[in-house]
Design a protein around this ligand. Structure first.
Ligand code: FE2
Length: 269
């Protein structure tokens, strides 16, 4: 069993892990240790990685079963479980706070991002601790949120959803707005403002105004970790208790290519 060193990166979330070689099979005890670190720190950073596509796909095994990503035009042709994040040819930075693939009954437990090519500066990824966000809300609002449910589908406002993806992933899915982390036991606010087309029992307009106001109130600098990419970084984000966003403010003459994997989670409850 490798000797892991876990170093927190921020007072609210994020830790760097050293001592794990993803080119060797990861034993069950190490997987459990990494999984506990993910539940606790919510974002893990592994530096100086180097993967071919098949090697990268094998990394997912340490975290969970792979899921197919639904903007299929961005999936790597020979390895379609890898989504390519490259802000070219109409692909825009996901600049708004969100959590991934909430239109699935069992949304991904974690998102993995591998920095293949990164710009000299800018183009960060920020992650916010939604467990801390929930804890900071007034108690009456916590209780109210616990009664609310979002109805989700693949982003209706986007014009780049392929008909076959809409067909496969467009079925409405309900999720609680507060979910309990299956490993950590803590509660976190959970929604994706554009995949949620409404909160049950509320008009779409009111739902979006409420969610937007919540984001403004909840997301405070002290609960946000901003990751400055270095080439070879592997970032693992726990989607069960965070939201994240991309920063698009970098020199677009430079490339920023991240490879994304998502791994299966539980049904939120
Ligand atoms: Fe995302």
């Amino acid at each position: 069993m490798p000797d892991l060193t876990i170093t927190p990166l921020h007072s609210s979330l994020g830790a760097e892990i050293a001592g794990l070689d993803f080119h060797k099979p990861v034993d069950a005890e190490t997987k459990a240790e990494v999984s506990a670190a993910l539940s606790e720190h919510l974002v893990l950073v592994f530096r100086d990685q180097s993967f071919t596509p098949p090697e990268y796909l094998a990394v997912a095994d340490a975290f969970g079963p792979l899921m197919r990503q639904h903007y299929s035009q961005h999936n790597m042709p020979d390895h379609p479980d890898i989504g390519i994040i490259l802000h070219r040819d109409g692909q825009k930075p996901a600049a708004m706070w969100h959590t991934d693939h909430t239109n699935r009954e069992r949304p991904p437990k974690a998102t993995l991002l591998y920095g293949l090519t990164v710009p000299e500066s800018g183009g960060e990824t920020s992650i916010v601790n939604m467990r801390a966000a929930f804890a900071a809300l007034p108690e009456a609002e916590q209780r109210r949120l616990e009664t609310l449910t979002t109805l989700n589908t693949i982003d209706g406002h986007r014009t780049d959803v392929l008909p076959e993806d809409k067909e496969k992933y467009g079925k409405p899915v309900a999720h609680p707005m507060v979910r309990t982390h299956p490993e950590h036991g803590s509660k976190a606010v959970y929604f994706h403002i554009t995949k949620a087309y409404q909160i049950e029992g509320m008009t779409s307009e009111r739902s979006h105004a409420y969610m937007s106001g919540l984001l403004d109130r909840m997301i405070q600098p002290e609960i946000v970790y901003t990751h400055n990419w270095r080439k070879g970084d592997l970032l693992v984000i726990d989607n069960r208790a965070t939201m994240h966003r991309a920063h698009g403010d970098y020199d677009r003459n430079q490339d920023r290519e991240l490879w994304r994997l998502i791994v299966q989670g539980d049904r939120p409850r």
